[in-house]
Write a protein of this length. Sequence first.
Length: 767
Amino acid sequence: MTDTYDPPLRGTRILDLTSGPMTAVGRLFADLGAHVTVLRVPGITHDDVVGPHIDDVPIQTAINRHGIAVLHVDDPAAFEGLLAGADILIENTRPGSAAETELSVRRLRERYPALVILSISDFGRDNDYRSWQGTTPVFHALSSELSRSGIPGREPLIPPAELPYHVAAAQAAVMTTAVYLDRLRTGEGDLIDFSVLDGAMQTLDPPFGSAGSASAGVAVSAQQRDFNAEQQRYPIIACKDGHVRMCILAKRQWQGMFAWMGSPEEFADPSYDKLGKRFRSPELLAAIQHFCADKTRAELEAQGQAHGVPTAAVLTLSEALNAEHFTARGFFRDVELASGVVAPMPVGVSEIDGHRASALNAPDPAEADRPAGAPLLKARERPGEGLPLEGIRVLDLGVIVVGADTGRLFGDLGADVVKIEHSAHPDGLRIGKPTSMTQPFAAGHRNKRSIGIDMRTAEGREYAHRLVKLSDVVLTNYKPGVAEALGMDYATLKEINPGIVVVDSSAFGPNGPWAKRLGYGPLVRAAVGFTNLWTYPDDPETFCDTVTVYPDHVAARIGALSAIALLLRRERTGAGGSASISQAEVMLSHLAADIAADALQGGGHTGDDAPTGDAVWRLFPTAGEDSWIAITVRDEADREALRTVVGAVDLDAVRAWTTRHSKIEAMEILQDAGVPAGAVMHANELPSWGYYEQRRAFREELHPHGDVPFMMENVQIHCDHVADPPLGQAPLLGEQTAEIATELLGLDAAQIEELHERGVLETPTVS
């Protein structure tokens, strides 16, 4: 850790006109050091707030706005003057409203061509669905997340927290900083048409994105809904004092479990080394359950970790917050959210140069000069493909979902992403033969090149370090200590390239009592209390988070955001930097409002957000088998709109009406009337739905090493000057080894062949 902290976005001027849950974007920018000013402008801004409400204080809004100046601007000339001195403008006027017309972002785009405008709306502004309205359940439904949450035969289960908004905010922040970095290079701003639904679909649990290693290479969209099978992927097992979740996916993990159980003869057959065999064995799961029944959570955690079997107690949120790890990490700090209302608040979700990136820690951003340009990037040749990160090179040592997505975001935005890997320790997303390709890997590693280097050898590490000299960013998500062993940690790499930016992501962060725990997303969810919250209220042991890949995709966005912010700082200072992301802390940040509210109510404060038993804010069945719609009535206007459609607003009347309509028909009728409603879409229904067609959200790809065409995400950002993602297909392991060795390492054919013979480099053999 350095003695001083220079926030990466220091000097950047941001005007924030938003209200409601997407004020989370401004929070992310403020914590990275930007000078954010909330503007209140008559006729344009509104004061929509987000609870829970404690002592009449909207807690989520108070967290998002803490420490950010609010300025009321009545004079149009003063507003124009502020715009002239700003770098980024964030707004979320409702499409079709008088406020949207009054603000007129297209006019602002013409008047202030250097301004980057992030224009947020529920469904975007460039399509036939622009006037539709979203809420948390509606976004869950239309992203296909709800079709994978809950027990078949019951209504889909809405996950805890306001996840669609939190994850969409991270996606919006990544895209905005990328465009802003390019603006410093070119002088030309842009207008980003950002849809919350797009951000939620891409960043929470994308149906056509990379999937966890337990999927065995099967795309999320192709997985059959089987609750019993899902529970075997990351089984939750009852024990003496509660439950634990285990991860027994890799062969080595099974062998650790086998030894831990005393090497029982009935499971000694080598066929149990294969994942499929274990999944198809109810006897094995029963034996593990029996083995765990008389042990405590703490005993199982310790013994499991000792045997190489990732194991985590299923904690309540309160237990997690009081765990020694989070206390030692100092992730929460008591702050005064309003007069007399003191509650715990996250101290930033990134650690920059060893410091918490938080407005609570930063020097006054108003004292910093605005960045004048991008002298380092401007000096480079730019291919001119219409992508904001052209000319940037990224070395990707990431694995599984977090690693895949972080690098893929850079590749989609134009960076040259070089994936370093080796068959001795392949990426866990590579399933099957070395010359085969699965949809999850193709989705997570498109627009990358692969070089096979054996970094177990000193010579291999030397070639990796030569690549570092030619790169801007290095991405890793190893368990803490592995990067140091490979010589790919920031302390080592900054001596090789002082301008390098290094981002590492891990389950629980780079230090603290749990830092070296074997961590997978489902185990992290269990350890922070999220799994315990994701249950049906009438059955607290249902634990319905088994199939969702969270927080992997959003943690990748926080990593990419931190990296781009550090590239922005490098243009100002010439020096690189490091960022560390704890997936557990990203998740806890999404529960921050609930954590603060619980603490306040425990301290005698009064809350007024208790749900009512007959509230029309739930899932209703529609015509057809296992067909559902989310309907959310927020206020009296919504209630009257629902009454005009249904004739009444009691639950029985609404249910009787929905069962007479298909989910799509019911959704369209209700949305046309102004009621936020969303059909619970299955993944395979998304690409052909009109909204996603108009947003160019998906594309089909025939990969030369795939058995069938793959459906992939397409557009990541909608704005005037950014092209759709390139069509570079995911590589086989080491597919571009010779190309990269020639182009970047300066090796000739004879040298490359000799290094292959000695195993320092490798390339796949394709028959």
